[in-house]
Design a binder for this molecule. Structure first.
Ligand code: BEZ
Length: 211
């Protein structure tokens, strides 16, 4: 069964490079990014894991925990981590789930048989403090993900979780935001003291409220 936006992120207990983890207990009230890669000791995955590790301080700042997964076992992940450090200069500093029996991969529908019968695709699940799924992404094995983009969408998700706003195309932290159509002009004036510009009655922009 696919895991969809708004669903509760399925809980599991799994072996990881940092010991046995119960997902919901480990995550607690933080945000989390659960992401799969197709296979250990492969080139694109090596660059991705190094990049994710180098950006961990940025995820920490946003109260986001990272956890990786593939269907390789933990001992393979641990051997591969030496290569990742060697090639990218970044030591993997978050747990990686070993999922050789595909328990978690199946739970999160990370194996797409028409892409590969055996390997997980590049899935991303961003999960909120309430354990609900806030964002999903699926990339093929041949395309490495952009982890700065992941930080950008987390900035948007966290902003919209705390204010009645949405973010426009190509928004980055600090840009103006959109007031959700459900809010009346009167309520918007009370809620956004910096005011707003109505480009259309349904398209009202205001400075980012938490700045
Ligand atoms: C890679 O990470 O480079 C990769 C993994 C599986 C298939 C193709 C590429």
């Amino acid at each position: 069964m696919a895991v969809r936006l708004g669903d509760e992120a399925p809980d599991f207990t799994a072996e990881t490079t940092q010991g046995t983890i119960n997902f919901h207990d480990w995550k607690g009230k933080s945000w989390a990014v659960l992401f799969s890669h197709p296979k250990d000791f492969t080139p694109v995955c090596t660059t991705e894991l190094g990049r994710a590790a180098s950006l961990k301080p940025e995820f920490d700042k946003r109260n986001v925990k990272l956890i990786g997964l593939s269907v390789d076992p933990v001992d393979s992940h641990l051997r591969w981590e030496e290569d990742i450090k060697d090639v990218t200069g970044s030591a993997v500093n978050f747990p990686m789930i070993g999922d050789p029996d595909r328990k978690v991969a199946d739970l999160y529908d990370m194996i797409h048989p028409n892409a590969s019968d055996t390997a997980t695709v590049r899935s991303v699940f961003v999960i909120g403090p309430d354990n609900k799924v806030k964002l999903t992404l699926t990339y093929p094995a041949s395309t490495g993900r952009n982890f700065q983009e992941l930080l950008r969408v987390i900035d948007s998700l966290q902003l919209t979780a705390n204010h009645s706003v949405a973010t426009p195309a190509d928004w980055v932290d600090g840009d103006d935001v959109i007031i959700v159509p459900a809010l009346s002009d009167e309520d918007a004036r009370a809620r956004f003291p910096k005011g707003f510009e109505a480009r259309k009655p349904y398209l009202r922009v205001t400075p980012q409220p938490n700045r």
